[in-house]
Design a protein around this ligand. Structure first.
Ligand SMILES: *[C@@H]1O[C@H](CO)[C@@H](O)[C@H](O)[C@H]1NC(C)=O
Ligand SMILES: *[C@@H]1O[C@H](CO)[C@@H](O)[C@H](O)[C@H]1NC(C)=O
Ligand SMILES: *[C@@H]1O[C@H](CO)[C@@H](O)[C@H](O)[C@H]1NC(C)=O
Ligand SMILES: *[C@@H]1O[C@H](CO)[C@@H](O)[C@H](O)[C@H]1NC(C)=O
Ligand SMILES: *[C@@H]1O[C@H](CO)[C@@H](O)[C@H](O)[C@H]1NC(C)=O
Ligand SMILES: *[C@@H]1O[C@H](CO)[C@@H](O)[C@H](O)[C@H]1NC(C)=O
Ligand SMILES: *[C@@H]1O[C@H](CO)[C@@H](O)[C@H](O)[C@H]1NC(C)=O
Ligand SMILES: *[C@@H]1O[C@H](CO)[C@@H](O)[C@H](O)[C@H]1NC(C)=O
Ligand SMILES: *[C@@H]1O[C@H](CO)[C@@H](O)[C@H](O)[C@H]1NC(C)=O
Ligand SMILES: *[C@@H]1O[C@H](CO)[C@@H](O)[C@H](O)[C@H]1NC(C)=O
Ligand SMILES: *[C@@H]1O[C@H](CO)[C@@H](O)[C@H](O)[C@H]1NC(C)=O
Ligand SMILES: *[C@@H]1O[C@H](CO)[C@@H](O)[C@H](O)[C@H]1NC(C)=O
Length: 759
């Protein structure tokens, strides 16, 4: 292992966190007797802990506890029934069942959601499940295996009582940027790169006795993304995710970040290293409840699950109430203080304090012409106009400072506000009208709400004043259910709801007409919180700040939702090239965009609310007619009461300009222009990533292992020398890197862990 060899200070960092594999709890009594029951053990373990951090218990005892919760068959059947109306909104169900061949070959297998739900129902009726957890897990994976980050249902039993983790974070790195990447324990890399370290870490060869690549590739499949290389990256510690704090994937899914928190990792994990040594450590569960007075699995169901159809506080809301923690997601317009640490990042030139957007220069002469705009989310815990102005101010400063090259780093970007994606594109290409075609699935509920909202909206002048003073107006006028809100494929207004609704048949299903966002719509403020650059009070932005060839987008594959809207515009209309980092341990190309390419998600409770509102706005005759088919379907609160977090569906497909087949972009495979392996330095100092990108795109040294200017791996030269020298110059490891390893467990906050979603 050739690391920046900076000689020895301490090795105590290495494997600090390996606990002895001893059981800390009474073994489960197989008869399930109350004394010494696993849930009683959880109760006593949690009560002994301070309020400072999230309470953790050994994963094994938590698992036995959650497995001992008996199934409520009546409620399970009700749940399976009541989620069906929401599945109708999912735009990709027909394509998931029968995907294009290239998607099956390179991305994911087919998955028939309706058939899987039927199988689940049969199993519940057959008493196949004795416990809530096994049923909940099958229901969770029925959604998760679509690999659509917008389509998510997390049952109470899966995500509402415990979340899981391992006390170790790992990274996958290539020793010289050319050799195939191998996984290492991250604290080993930290120890080795400590000043004066002579320590040489060894790669992991097996996990729990399984060859490491096989183990990690199959573990990675529990993620939300569709692309296999992007899923693989998401397993590991990644500086871009870490800087998102409790909104990102923390230290990677292997250690319980992101979707990793909902997957039981076993009671223990055993790592075998290439040097032959082995370490076994105990995995943990975070308890989201106090477990006060809980004696057994039935108590967990009684206290923490909500079986009724009526409106009750959701399990998650209760959890937050009862647990020792409070979410503090107050929006703030301040961009002065950086409230979330960004270890491994240099001092920003401009930034939003949640790190969703920040601009940097690279502090070295060779890169003095390069500016970096890191966009980790399209808005988060900040106001949209703050997000917009950070971008605007940074671009202006970079121009003034004579920067001619722009790297846009969208690593870890799980999306955000749709119109902020359009706006950033317009800031960079003010003269291009974004194409951005979308369509909904055309089904009865969508049609009825659209008819009603479009009808009611006719009374309102389409002005901010008229709408903001009237609650109904606020709901119906700026909505996608109002045909006046957006424009057709030719960027012309729709004349009527039926013209917008269609339906048009593709792939054995029905869809609306192509719908595009109207950049100058007077209601954009209500949908995006900003005026889009090029319009209204931003119509004086007319100069393109950077040539297309002077811009490059870099990703870790984790580009989802609004990020995919933005990168599609940049790639297809801006002609900007992309570089993808990391991926599986193999040569060959990688996709730059590996997350959900659906262009809008809805939360189920919003659908429920709109259905109710349309019903209330209807006349009596319509109500009588709708009762059977429509309003009844959205009456039940069971799907919300049984969920650990807001369930969602993907409601819009993105369609590429000129695609005669109208295939949703979710099912279109597209390679990045260049692929670069991560090196050790890139896991310590993000500017190593930016320098490799700048060199490969504009310099003479390419790090591309596939794509433009790619280097033949067999003739690998040490192109990372400059980068290593830079780490050496720093002379010390940022202590925040060490702190960040506790990101998932030591939050004293509810870990949100999903990245941001397109509202
Ligand atoms: C389990 O509990 C039952 C009832 O309390 C008891 O009879 C039995 O001996 C226990 N078994 C073990 C293995 O502790
Ligand atoms: C099971 O669920 C049903 C229907 O939701 C509910 O009425 C009943 O009380 C629940 N049973 C138990 C034991 O909680
Ligand atoms: C459910 O029971 C039916 C009838 O006993 C049987 O045909 C079927 O195979 C069972 N299905 C499952 C999934 O157990
Ligand atoms: C690292 O090594 C250099 C030269 O050998 C020495 O001067 C320096 O004190 C060492 N630093 C630490 C932190 O041990
Ligand atoms: C083997 O490598 C692991 C991981 O780097 C390290 O913890 C361990 O100390 C090494 N064992 C020996 C005998 O060098
Ligand atoms: C679970 O414990 C409660 C007391 O907390 C008790 O009333 C109940 O009977 C127990 N249930 C089972 C199935 O052991
Ligand atoms: C930018 O370039 C101009 C023209 O070459 C020069 O006058 C100016 O000082 C430069 N600005 C900076 C910040 O380097
Ligand atoms: C606004 O709201 C009021 C009260 O809810 C309602 O009566 C009125 O018709 C609404 N519409 C307009 C266009 O003001
Ligand atoms: C599509 O719409 C037609 C009527 O326009 C209807 O007959 C058909 O059942 C619909 N297909 C699906 C899959 O809903
Ligand atoms: C949008 O621009 C208009 C002027 O065209 C201005 O009145 C309004 O305040 C602007 N809105 C925002 C959110 O900046
Ligand atoms: C556009 O006009 C606004 C307000 O007049 C001004 O602050 C801003 O600097 C101008 N921007 C550009 C790119 O001209
Ligand atoms: C992108 O490429 C197309 C086709 O070569 C060209 O028509 C278009 O002007 C280019 N756009 C930009 C922003 O360079």
């Amino acid at each position: 292992m050739k690391l920046p060899l900076l000689l020895l200070v301490t090795l105590s960092l290495a494997l600090l966190s390996f606990a002895n594999p001893v059981a800390l709890y009474p073994r489960q009594n197989a008869t399930g007797a109350s004394v010494g029951s696993p849930c009683a053990s959880v109760s006593s373990l949690v009560s002994g802990q301070s309020a400072a951090a999230s309470p953790t218990v050994p994963a094994g005892v938590a698992y036995e506890c959650i497995k001992s919760v008996p199934i409520n068959k009546t409620s399970a059947l009700l749940l399976l029934q009541d989620i069906k109306p929401y599945i109708n909104w999912q735009s990709t169900v027909a394509y998931l069942k029968d995907p294009p061949a290239e998607y099956v070959d390179k991305i994911q297998p087919a998955w028939d959601v309706w058939a899987e739900l039927d199988k689940l129902e049969t199993k519940v009726r057959n008493d196949t499940y004795s416990g809530e957890y096994d049923f909940g897990w099958d229901l969770y994976t029925t959604f998760q295996r679509t690999h659509d980050g917008h389509f998510v249902y997390v049952p109470d039993s899966v995500g509402g009582v415990f979340t899981w983790g391992r006390p170790v974070s790992i990274v996958s790195i290539s020793e010289d940027g050319k050799e195939l990447p191998k996984p290492f324990v991250y604290t080993d890399i930290l120890a080795a790169s400590f000043p004066n370290s002579t320590y040489t870490p060894s790669a992991i060869s097996e996990i729990d006795g399984v060859a490491v690549d096989d183990y990690l590739e199959s573990w990675s499949q529990f993620g939300s993304l569709q692309d296999r290389d992007a899923l693989f990256n998401n397993v590991f510690y990644n500086l871009a995710q870490v800087q998102l704090g409790e909104s990102g994937a923390a230290t990677g899914t292997f250690s319980g970040g992101g979707r990793g928190r909902w997957v039981y990792p076993g009671a223990y994990t055993t790592l075998t290293f290439v040097n032959g040594s082995t370490h076994t450590f105990e995995n943990f569960a975070i308890s989201l409840y106090s477990f006060r007075g809980v004696q057994n699995g039935s108590d967990v169901a009684d206290k923490y699950f909500y079986f009724n159809e009526g409106q009750t506080a959701s399990a998650m809301a209760k959890a937050q109430d009862e647990a020792k923690v409070q979410v503090d997601a107050d929006k703030t317009s301040s961009k002065r203080t950086r409230s979330t640490p960004a270890p491994g990042y240099p001092e920003p030139v401009e930034f939003a304090n949640d790190n969703s957007i920040a601009g940097y220069y690279i502090d070295e002469d060779e890169y003095s012409d390069v500016a970096v705009l890191a966009v980790a989310a399209f808005g988060g815990d900040i106001y949209p106009d703050t997000f917009q102005s950070v971008g605007t101010d940074f671009i202006a400063k970079a121009k003034q400072a004579n920067k001619t090259k722009l790297i846009i780093d969208v690593s870890a970007n799980g999306g955000g506000t749709i119109l902020l994606g359009y706006d950033l594109f317009k800031q960079l290409f003010p003269s291009i009208l974004p194409y951005g075609a979308t369509r909904f699935r055309a089904h009865e509920a969508f049609d009825l709400i659209g008819q009603k909202f479009s009808w009611v909206a006719r009374e309102y002048p389409r002005t901010e004043d008229a709408v903001s003073s009237n609650l109904t107006g606020l709901d119906v006028v700026p909505s996608a259910f109002n045909y006046r809100t957006d424009v057709d494929i030719d960027y012309k207004n729709f004349e009527s709801w039926p013209e917008k609704f269609g339906p048009h048949a593709y792939h054995d299903d029905n869809f609306t007409s192509i719908i595009r966002w109207n950049m100058s719509d007077t209601m954009n403020y209500f949908n995006g919180g900003i005026n889009i650059t090029g319009y209204e009070n931003r119509s004086n932005f007319t100069a393109q700040p950077f040539q297309a060839t002077d811009i490059v987008i870099i990703t870790d594959g984790y580009c989802a939702s609004t990020c995919t809207i933005f990168s599609e515009l940049m790639r297809q209309q801006g002609n900007v090239t992309t570089i993808a980092f990391g991926g599986r341990s193999q040569y060959g190309a990688m996709q730059a965009v590996g997350g959900v390419k659906g262009t809008n998600n809805f939360y189920w409770q919003d659908i429920k609310y709109w259905a109710r509102e349309a019903y209330e706005l209807a006349n009596h005759e319509e109500q009588v007619k709708w009762n059977q088919s429509f309003e009844d379907n959205y009456r039940s609160y069971v799907p919300m009461n049984r969920a650990a977090q807001s369930p969602g569906v993907n409601v819009r497909d993105g369609i590429r300009q000129g695609d005669e087949t109208n295939t949703p972009l979710q099912f279109v495979y597209e390679e990045a222009d260049c692929r670069i392996f991560y090196t050790a330095e890139m896991t310590l100092d993000v500017s190593a990533i930016w320098k490799a990108a700048a060199d490969s795109k504009w310099g003479t040294i390419s790090s591309c292992v596939a794509g433009i200017g790619s280097v033949d791996a067999s003739s690998a030269t040490d192109s990372g020398a400059r980068v290593k020298a830079a780490v050496a110059k720093k002379g010390k490891i940022d202590p925040a890197l060490l702190d960040s390893l506790k990101l998932y467990t030591n939050q004293n906050k509810v870990y949100k862990g999903e990245g941001f979603m397109t509202p």
